[in-house]
Design a protein around this ligand. Structure first.
Ligand code: ITT
Length: 216
């Protein structure tokens, strides 16, 4: 099994990555490095690459594979906020704060897949190997729930409802019904295998792995 050192402070991200990568033959271990600085940037890839560059000085072994994955929640009617500031927004205003920021919307808009509540999770995964650095991107379109819902997951999961998926696993248009659905429940109200079918993180990792040469 190839071991992947996942540089992150977030155990929820490690569990989701491990659930996906271990059946594919990768062992995922969490890597803690003190003093990693996130640059001020409005671009997830810039942040992920900067973290990889800093981590290179702390490789557990010379040929280690290091994974960084940066994600954020982008709310359309808030011009993409919290986006790259998601970690800070979660610590300060939290899920309830996101709901408050949208509380001026008409109550009818809470019921339907309203464009006003549209949001998406985005993730960029960056893998450093001795053979080069690869980057994968993933998104998960959806909307912000009317209320906090569910006990599972982490971060903004309790306020995010993903769009349904079609038979090919692709998100359908906003407001359309698909073959795969959380039936209006948030990511925090479904099990981890269900979240994985929709997840920006899993999409970013899949994109990333498609670039890893098969002879490595
Ligand atoms: P590291 O940077 O140490 O990896 P982090 O928790 O800060 O950990 P991100 O920068 O990727 O991770 O995420 C920014 C915020 O967005 C953070 O508060 C997460 O909890 C939240 N977030 C990321 N992915 C999420 C997901 O799948 N579901 C819910 N919230 C998520």
């Amino acid at each position: 099994m190839t071991r992947i050192h996942f540089l992150t402070s977030n155990e929820g991200k490690v569990s989701e990555a491990a659930l996906h990568l271990e059946p594919l033959g990768y062992q995922v271990v969490q890597l803690h490095v003190d003093g990693i600085v996130e640059p001020q940037s409005d671009d997830l890839e810039t942040v992920a690459r900067a973290k990889i560059d800093q981590a290179k000085a702390h490789l557990p072994t010379e040929d280690a594979w290091i994974l960084v994955e940066d994600a954020g929640l982008f709310v359309t009617s808030l011009d993409g906020f919290p986006g790259v500031y998601s970690a800070y927004a979660l610590q300060t205003i939290g899920c309830a704060g996101i709901l408050r920021l949208l509380s001026h919307l008409h109550s009818e808009d809470l019921k339907v897949e309203s464009g006003l509540r549209a949001a998406e999770f985005r993730a960029v995964a960056c893998l450093h190997t001795p053979h080069g650095t690869m980057v994968g991107h993933g998104t998960c379109p959806g909307r912000i729930a009317a209320n906090v819902d569910g006990e599972g997951g982490f971060g903004f999961d309790p306020v995010f409802i993903p769009r349904d998926l079609d038979l090919a696993g692709q998100p359908v248009e906003a407001g359309q019904q698909g073959e795969v659905s959380t039936h209006g429940r948030t990511f925090a109200a479904v099990d981890s295998a269900t979240k994985a079918a929709f997840s920006h993180r899993i999409r970013a990792l899949t994109d990333l792995l498609s670039q890893v040469p098969s002879n490595l």
